[in-house]
Design a binder for this molecule. Sequence first.
Ligand code: HEC
Length: 449
Amino acid sequence: MCTLKLFRIQLPVYALKLKAFVILLLLSANAFAKDLADSTLVRSAMHILRDNCINCHNSIKSKGKLDLSEYETARIGGHEGPAFIDGNPNESRLIQLIKPGGDPHMPPKKQLNDEEIKTLSQWILAGAPWITSELVIENRIAAASELGDLPDNYRPVFAVMLSPDDQKLAAGWGNQVVVNNFDQEASNKVKLNGHRDVVQSIAWSPDGKLLATGGFRKVSLWKSSDWLLAGEIDDLPGRVTALAFSLDGKTLISASNASGQEGEISMWQSDGLDKRLGWSAHDGAIYDISLSPDGKSLATAGGDKLIRLWNMADGKQLKQIEAHSAPIMSLAFKPDGTAIASGAADKELKIWDIKTREQKNLVTGHPGNVASIVWPENNAELITASDDGALRLCNESSKTPVKTWAKAGDLIYSLDTTTDGKRFFGGSENGQVYEWDRNGKIIRTLRFE
Ligand code: HEC
């Protein structure tokens, strides 16, 4: 119900536009007839999306990772890549999924009528022109101060991270951060407030004294001794999708993304949060970052399908790998630093030799996005999280996952492992964190209500 607040109908503007069109039409009927027909088609298409789809496919809640609220994000598509192909309705997923029998069927619990399907098909045939104002989603995203009323029931866990001693698990839970203390008898929880929308990223400092959390435009830095704020950065562009500390803990690295623009990397002094360095790192969003085990370089994964490596000392690019055919969602270095694994929206996991940039292995067989990867220390195997909620054991030589572990109840977005690589924590769309053991069994489910 709350999500309805996301919409605002701008009747006056709409009416004015129509009036203008009618006058123009009367003045020069022929010249404008086509334009009017076209824009009527586009408007109708926008309204079908607005009334049936945007509720689940917007920038706060992007089911299937598809955000239909803006032209740029709609173009990128979702887990499975582009939602529509200009001029080709039959090949467009957006059309395939709304027809009876679409799998998964969209909208999930409703059937659009023939007229609506025809309108969307014609619109794609016409090149899928876009009129954002006709989607009239209130532009809450632009004003962080207005973001107070995230739907109460929307609490996905986009980020999880264990403290360096494995005794605490910090998890984003909607707009809150929940820290579970495993070292205490009745595992007690601390809830940290202050983010106004979904927490996207979490990082512990190497000494465990600081916890950084990132949301829309904002990074909060908390002291784990008393959970008071040590500082805040609140003027970042867009969503802060990834955070990491340097090995010495003196630098905090953030990846932030304004919708449809270049993804930015910034480096901040952990003490005082002064900005040390900042640069545009990808043409498109940055979905993950990973520090090399020696701490000297930073790998970034982009919506532009590239992996880039940067020198931590001066922010200069060291190399780039044209890695995937779709946005790259996840990265993990091999513990010895000689290789890096990347997972993407093309459902592929790839392993790259850092020195030569050659592809060492391609693992196919994930059912969707490879959303997160961990490569535990002292381990020849890596573990991935994907859209079916299962974790998968993969390695450097097998062309398919070696083993598929137990499935969680919903998509898993985020994953972390204990230092010994024996337990795994996955954050889910349904607001829970699942724990797997090394045999692939789910041994615990953490709920935060
Ligand atoms: C109630 C929520 C909801 C509504 C409403 C909804 N969707 Fe979805 N949509 C989802 C979910 C959940 C998924 C992911 C399903 C999956 O991957 O199994 C999804 C996935 C998709 C995908 C595939 C994205 C990808 O690349 O994997 C497309 C395309 C899509 N929806 C289009 C639409 C359109 C068009 C409408 C409106 C006519 C719509 N959806 C309405 C929830 C919704």
